[in-house]
Design a protein around this ligand. Structure first.
Ligand SMILES: [Zn+2]
Ligand SMILES: [Zn+2]
Length: 364
């Protein structure tokens, strides 16, 4: 008899997820079957669940996944860091499976824009191998996925958000090309903001200013390297710009990371840059995020504006390395503030939507 396993399935947007059983797939060449040990809930899972963004159904949401190898398909011997893989190893993997040879994969290093892209927690689970997302007992990893063996010193909960939140911030960080001693502003003290602050500290930035509207988040982010925090609730844009300039000798910051997903933050954020500054837009990943800005200011002050969506495999590895190297430096383990099991997944999604949690862990 074929063994079955459970998954929380979205049958329609806006509806609670339902627990369903599917047969476990036979493991083909180049594939891996993983028993999931932890999946954290990303903001985009909540957006899909609430119907704020288009998603095919039925679907198993969840992409910030960690698990243990149960079965290795023929030919799978090493991870993307050339480390030997064995049954029982803990691994995480890229959010996407990409072909590696289309125009975007080969010519542009934009594997997240692959012509044959498949994303965990984003595709229909209607047909075998079914297990394509993280809110389940198992996940089936296909050959175009980059797998990373998890260092022994990291817990499942510490490493799970690396797959999306952390790797995306690392991609943004690389795009910003921040140099040691430069000053940065991070707009938003959510999971991405916490990782952004830790990266900035790790890379030796000077001022690491974080803005948000929640005092408890701003207090907490100081443990991740923020040197200055700004509660911008009730502050005018002019006040925010003045505060950032005052903290940076009157110049403004060299780089801004927008990770709050609020389009109205972009114009004042651009104004917070000093001449030659770089603005990295990460947070606004739902359509309709319009803003207005004087292009002349961008021209005269030589500003750069870059959009970052997802990441490349190397950014996931860099994220895992950052966690492993700085485990005693920053309290990464405290980013998971709530835990639910698979049966209570809808409660977990509601907690994630409330903004109460930094990350909710789903422990099957
Ligand atoms: Zn491709
Ligand atoms: Zn995500």
């Amino acid at each position: 008899m074929t063994k079955t396993a459970r998954a929380a399935v979205m049958t329609a947007a806006g509806m609670d997820l339902e627990i369903k059983e599917y047969p476990l797939p036979t493991v083909d060449q180049g594939c891996i079957l993983v028993k999931i040990t932890c999946c954290t809930i990303c903001g985009s899972d909540v957006h899909s669940w609430m119907g704020r963004r288009k998603a095919p159904t039925p679907m198993i949401l969840g992409h910030e996944i960690v698990g243990q190898i149960v079965e290795l398909g023929a030919g799978v011997t090493h991870d993307s860091g050339d480390r030997l893989l064995e049954i029982g190893d803990r691994i995480t993997w890229t959010i996407m499976d990409n072909c590696g040879k289309c125009y975007y994969c080969r010519e542009k290093e934009l594997m997240m824009k692959c012509r044959h892209l498949k994303k965990y927690g984003h595709d229909s689970c209607e047909a075998p191998p079914y297990f394509s997302g993280g809110f389940a007992e198992y996940c089936y990893i296909t050959p175009g996925t980059c797998v990373i063996k998890v260092p022994d010193n990291l817990t499942d909960e510490e490493v799970a958000p690396a797959n999306c939140a952390l790797a995306t911030v690392v991609a943004g960080w690389e795009a910003a090309a921040v140099k040691p001693f430069e000053n940065v502003l991070i707009q938003g003290a959510g999971a991405l903001g916490f990782y952004g602050a830790a990266l900035a500290r790790h890379y030796g930035c000077g001022r690491i200013i974080v803005s948000d509207i929640l005092d408890h988040r701003l207090e907490f982010i100081k443990a991740f390297g923020a040197t200055d925090t700004l509660n911008v609730k009730g502050m005018s844009d002019d006040d925010t710009i003045r505060a950032v300039r005052d903290l940076t000798g009157g110049f403004g910051v060299d780089c801004v990371l927008e990770v709050a997903g609020i389009p109205n933050l972009i114009p004042p954020g651009l104004k917070c840059l000093r001449t030659g500054g770089r603005y990295v837009e990460i947070g606004n990943s739902s359509p309709g995020a319009n803003f207005t800005y004087d292009a002349c200011d961008m021209v005269w002050r030589r500003l750069t504006l870059t959009g970052i969506h997802n990441y490349d495999a190397k950014h996931l590895q860099m994220g895992v390395d950052l966690l492993a190297m700085n485990r005693g430096v920053f309290p990464f383990k405290d980013l998971v503030t709530h835990r639910v099991n698979l049966d209570d997944i809808n409660d977990g999604l509601r907690i994630a939507d409330s903004g109460e949690a930094v990350r909710v862990a789903v422990l099957p």
